[in-house]
Design a protein around this ligand. Structure first.
Ligand code: PDD
Length: 287
């Protein structure tokens, strides 16, 4: 299967896509990205992803190269060019190619890259049995709401999880839960779902929004409020959410069982609601 990507106005095989070494994404990590799941050829919550992309671009003071309708058309063409009902799209925009200088270059077009990869649903045994996670200090910058391509702290934090034989690192900043290295985190305490509030210290996840919408629509009590470390450590349930991992229960944290050590009842309920919601998206006629 030839993987087709988009680079600066052209659709071409991945192997033929090239960018100059002076691209500011390569030199400085000066760019932003999005990850969009595609189910049965339908991009999931595309408008929300484009809105967050605009927020990230505004955050780094880079003009959006395309209008939403243009993104929409490009995304749909990329999906059509690639095999697979379920895909995940990666969109990446950098401040372009210029002589190395920290300050913004003048009159430099951005680099726009998009690729599609097969989207594999999370292994059912992980949804069945849960995953383990560790905690670490959130040592990232103070604009974690920008989906920046400079992900070195996230990379190091995720590797810490892998080295510990676990699936994710949950970050704590000043005694409060922020998020995972590549996911948002929810906690259940005394049958109430708790979600850290959006703000500059975490990425506003699209899956996070879907979970809260489903909770609100289905009578699940939830509070969006800062989650202190002691609540995290005494939680009845902990979940991680992301576009590629959906909702996964964390059943062990730092080697201790979370609640009963098995996925809890509220997880089962929200996961079912999420799967049903996904199924309704997949049944919609392609636009
Ligand atoms: N990451 N927080 C961080 C730091 C993330 O990197 C992600 C997702 C999320 C969840 O956001 P969403 O529900 O919109 O996927 C939260 C993607 C999947 C990635 O970088 O590959």
């Amino acid at each position: 299967m030839v993987q087709i990507v988009y680079l600066n106005g052209q659709f071409l095989p991945l192997e033929e896509a090239r960018i100059p070494v002076l691209d500011r994404g390569f030199i400085f990590g000066d760019g932003v990205y999005e990850v969009i799941p595609v189910y049965s050829h339908h991009p999931f919550r595309l408008q929300d992803h484009l809105k967050r992309l605009q927020h990230s671009l505004d955050g780094i003071r880079l003009a959006n190269p395309y209008k939403d309708a243009e993104w929409d058309a490009l995304v749909k063409e990329l999906i059509a060019c690639n095999e697979g009902e379920d895909q995940y799209l990666y969109l990446h925009i950098t401040r372009g190619v210029a002589r190395r200088d920290h300050a913004f270059p003048k009159n430099t077009p951005p680099t726009v890259f998009m690729m599609s990869s097969p989207l594999l649903p999370p292994d059912p045994t992980l949804r069945q049995n849960g995953v383990a996670a560790i905690t670490a200090t959130d040592n990232r910058w103070l604009r974690c709401d920008i989906k920046a391509i400079s992900l070195l702290p996230n990379v190091l934090l995720r590797q810490q999880a892998v080295d510990a034989g676990t699936a994710e690192t949950l970050m704590l900043r000043d005694g409060f839960l922020s998020e995972g290295s590549a996911s948002n985190i929810f906690v259940v305490k005394d049958s109430i779902l708790l979600a850290p509030p959006k703000g500059p210290l975490m990425l506003p996840g699209i899956t996070y929004d879907v979970v809260l919408e489903l909770a609100a629509a289905n009578g699940v009590m939830f509070h969006v409020e800062p989650v202190p470390e002691c609540t995290l450590r005494s939680a009845d349930e902990i979940w991680l959410t992301s576009s590629t991992r959906e909702i996964l229960p964390i059943t062990h944290l730092d080697g201790q069982a979370v609640g009963s050590g098995a996925p809890g009842p509220l997880y089962r309920k929200l996961d079912r609601l999420y799967q049903d919601y996904k199924a309704t998206i997949m049944r919609q006629p392609a636009s």
